[in-house]
Design a protein around this ligand. Structure first.
Ligand code: ADP
Ligand code: ADP
Length: 231
């Protein structure tokens, strides 16, 4: 599903250059649940941006579902993002004035669905994350965990091939973080592919594979033999 072939990323800032990624070659199959770890500045965000088609590598090839996306234009990348990637953020990134249902339905507008279809599909996505009864609430009427569930429903609504989650529990208390990890586990069990970035070891241990970056290279890439499973 995902293959990176010796990708690198160089940022230029005036006369200075930063080599954020050196030569990263990884392959991630459909249905995998992967955690990226590594210290601040190790290249996690840069790699996630490339995998999520928000940015392209300086060198090397990125193949997503058998298509080379390293050389696509902004518009082509945007189209692939809408179809293939569901994003979940640390800060939820919901529209404050819109209801849960409207937030979840948003990606379907770009996908060209009619209003009645959008509402039906969004409602189903909200039900899938256990928030059907809160469809009419605005983000400030929801707890942090509920907001993240809305964001996850929004990420799922277009049936993306990958869910990319950047510190999905970074703004949540411990109990709520575990609830969100339980939801990810259910999504994984249903066959969704999940890639998340986290600083926290106990969160990473819900994933089935843990890739650690350091200074722009893969330091370790291991199968997690002790997957944390919710009770
Ligand atoms: P993390 O992923 O560790 O939570 P960030 O990705 O926000 O943190 O930032 C990691 C490092 O990258 C920081 O040192 C930050 O200053 C730097 N950084 C991030 N974005 C930019 C940018 N647009 N320009 C310059 N430096 C940046
Ligand atoms: P992480 O997410 O692991 O904290 P990043 O991918 O954000 O790491 O950053 C990797 C390196 O690239 C850091 O040295 C950071 O300062 C630099 N960097 C990240 N984004 C930018 C940017 N937009 N412009 C310049 N440097 C950047």
């Amino acid at each position: 599903m995902i293959e990176t072939h010796d990708i690198s990323k160089v940022y230029k800032m005036g006369s200075q250059t930063v080599e954020a990624l050196k030569t990263i070659s990884i392959s991630i199959d459909k249905g995998e649940y992967v955690a990226f770890m590594g210290p601040s500045g190790s290249g996690k965000s840069t790699l996630m941006n490339i995998i999520g088609c928000l940015d392209t590598p300086t060198n090397g090839a990125y193949i997503l579902n058998n298509q080379n996306v390293s050389d696509l234009t902004e518009n082509e990348l945007a189209e692939i993002r809408n179809k293939e990637i569901g994003f979940v953020f640390q800060t939820f990134n919901l529209l404050p004035r819109a209801s849960s249902l409207e937030n979840v339905a948003l990606p379907l507008i770009y996908a060209g669905y009619k209003k009645s279809e959008r509402e039906e599909i969004a409602m189903e996505a909200l039900n899938n994350v256990g928030l059907g009864t809160r469809y009419d609430h605005k983000p400030n009427e929801l707890s942090g965990g509920q907001r993240q569930r809305v964001a996850i429903a929004r990420a799922l609504v277009n049936n993306p091939s990958i869910i990319l989650a950047d510190e999905p529990t970074g703004n949540l208390d411990t109990k709520t973080s575990y609830d969100i990890m339980e939801l990810f586990q259910q999504l994984h069990d249903k066959g969704n592919s999940i890639i998340m970035v986290t600083h926290e070891d106990d969160i990473a241990h819900y994933a089935h594979r843990i890739i650690r970056l350091r200074d722009g290279v893969v330091e370790t890439d291991v199968i997690n033999e002790n997957v944390t499973r919710p009770e």
